[in-house]
Design a protein around this ligand. Structure first.
Ligand code: AHR
Length: 536
């Protein structure tokens, strides 16, 4: 959560937070990834058995990709789609590879060899240290097939599908915890698109059956973008079987400011979804007056799974052509802003997954010779490495962006500070401050919270880059620049930069210390003044 005061020309920007202003635990699943059978994500991305440059292991997996995914510490990976899910027959993808059928792939108009399937995915997750998350086919698939897949993955019984897994060389069940009840079932592009009424009825029945077979699983309901009647309806009908409510948003614009500020719309979507979840839990039953209860219908309060998010222009990078986006500095700022949104809204987010992890709208690209870490890789890495633990409340005083936005409603709905900020207190007692300076022309000199000792500084973008710089094979223009900062007082956030600052704190320090330094007093006074201004 941040509060914001818009300042005028000549006023001094400031950021204020302290280690004891904790607001919510940041779920470790916030830095998840996503692999879909689409374009070069699986074949040529993570699985590349014909690579001749020594870049594969004995499974045919790209070792450079595995190393990068380990560096990103993705805690969970969603698979096998995406739109691909709606026609996927999981049984095609297990057993001896030479016997697996080759199929026409309907969603992305490709050919599916099925050489990479459930057991390969589990092995790959194990190698990168991530938890598997499977999406069920609620398009052409049946409940019987879904139950069979659950049995194959999770049961240790002497029964057909559990035995099939053992026969395929995997004695122990995989214990897959997270299962998605379909993907974007509402979408006109979907095979077997469904109405909200039909979906809710089916999802409830599937959920009941799946949880009967394995009560330990967590089910992810198929929501839309978080601010739709689909979300409201399916939550109300399916709350009992829902552990997480999935929403998807892709943002983009050709112009820098609407592009980089666009993820702010996801912040509003999260707030609205959280309200819809509470609405489904707490709506009063006045029909049964005077015996109605003031208790929530269920004490259980699902969180949001933002299991597809990113920057994607489907005209520039069409899905059936592999959706290979080349990301620039503006996109890098947008990704940092996306992640700031998740940290600020940590209270409501149970999981998030960037879509996708490799080659398809991804921070990581492969060539025959090696990998390219795109501009967007770097904020993802810094967040995953440092923005963990507790989300902290922050107050920001800065100029605001007031121009056009994408979506258009954003400008009239939310404040857009030129400095977009989130903060986290790590278990290592470091305070981590993530700051996006959206301005493509101005550095912003800012008063920071009081720091003790040396501040580690990681900068991506900034003065060294132009807003359209990108990384391609053989040319890395954008990466992390590390430095230290020992001055107290003001810090200069370079134009179009993402900066992560971190310093050691004593977490028990009271919010208003009597031994305030001059800088602290100034900042505290700024906060108090701004509160006055807003109360007037
Ligand atoms: O991630 C690409 C596609 O975007 C996914 O397959 C689909 O779920 C979404 O529309």
């Amino acid at each position: 959560m941040t509060t914001f005061t818009r300042i005028g020309k000549g006023d001094r920007p400031s950021i204020f937070t302290t280690a004891d202003q904790t607001i919510a635990l940041i779920d470790p699943l916030l830095y998840g990834g996503f692999l879909e059978h689409m374009g070069r994500c699986i074949y040529g991305g993570i699985y590349d058995p014909s690579n001749t440059n020594g870049l594969i292991d004995e499974n045919g997996f790209r070792t450079d990709v595995i190393e990068a995914m380990k560096e990103l510490q993705a805690p969970i990976i969603r698979y096998p789609g995406g739109n691909f899910t709606a026609t996927y027959r999981w049984l095609d993808g297990v057993g001896p590879k030479e016997q697996r059928p080759k199929r026409v792939e309907v969603a992305w108009k490709g050919v599916e060899t099925n050489h990479f399937g459930t057991d390969e995915f589990m092995k790959w997750c194990d190698l990168v240290g991530a938890e598997p998350y499977l999406a069920l086919n609620m398009g052409t698939g049946t409940l019987e097939e879904a139950l069979a897949w659950l049995e194959y993955c999770n049961l240790d019984t002497d029964t057909h599908y559990a035995n099939l897994r053992k026969q395929n060389g995997h004695e122990k069940p995989y214990g897959v915890k997270y299962w998605a009840l379909g993907n974007e079932v509402w979408g006109p592009w979907q095979i077997e698109q469904s109405s909200k009424e039909d979906y809710a009825k089916k999802a409830y029945q599937w959920g009941k059956a799946l949880k009967t077979l394995d009560p330990s699983i967590k089910l992810v309901l198929c929501g839309k973008d978080g601010h739709s009647d689909w979300d409201r309806f399916v939550l109300q009908e399916c709350l009992k079987i829902t552990d997480l409510h999935s929403i998807h948003i892709y943002t983009f614009d050709m112009q820098h400011y609407p592009n980089a500020t666009s993820p702010k719309s996801a912040e509003r979507a999260i707030e609205i979804t959280a309200a819809l979840i509470d609405l489904a839990r707490t709506e009063m039953d006045y029909e049964s007056f005077p015996h109605f209860s003031t208790k929530p219908k269920t004490p259980h309060r699902p969180k949001i799974a933002f299991d597809e998010w990113n920057i994607w222009n489907p005209i520039r990078a069409p899905g059936d052509k592999g959706a290979e986006e080349e990301y620039d500095v503006s996109d890098m700022l947008a990704v940092a802003l996306w992640l700031n949104v998740f940290v600020r809204q940590a209270k409501h987010i149970g999981m998030a997954a960037i879509a996708q992890s490799v080659n398809v709208i991804a921070p990581l690209m492969t060539t025959e010779q090696g990998i390219v870490k795109q501009t967007t890789y770097w904020p993802l890495l810094l967040f995953s490495r440092y923005m963990r633990g507790q989300s902290l409340a922050v107050h920001v005083r800065s100029p605001a962006y007031t121009g056009s936005t994408s979506p258009e409603w954003l400008a009239s709905t939310m404040d857009i500070p030129m400095l977009d900020v989130s903060a986290a207190l790590g278990d290592d007692d470091y305070l981590n401050l993530a700051v996006v300076n959206l301005s493509d022309s101005e550095s912003i000199e800012t008063s920071l919270p009081p720091t003790e000792g040396t501040v580690q500084v990681f900068t991506v973008g900034g003065n060294e880059n132009s807003i359209r710089d990108s990384n391609v094979w053989g040319s890395t223009k954008v990466s992390i620049i590390e430095s230290e900062w020992n001055e107290s007082g003001r810090f200069i956030f370079q134009k179009h930069s993402f900066t992560l600052l971190r310093w050691k704190v004593s977490p028990s320090r009271p919010c208003l210390d009597l031994s305030l330094t001059k800088a602290t007093k100034d900042i505290a006074a700024g906060v108090v003044n701004s509160l006055h201004t807003r109360n007037e």
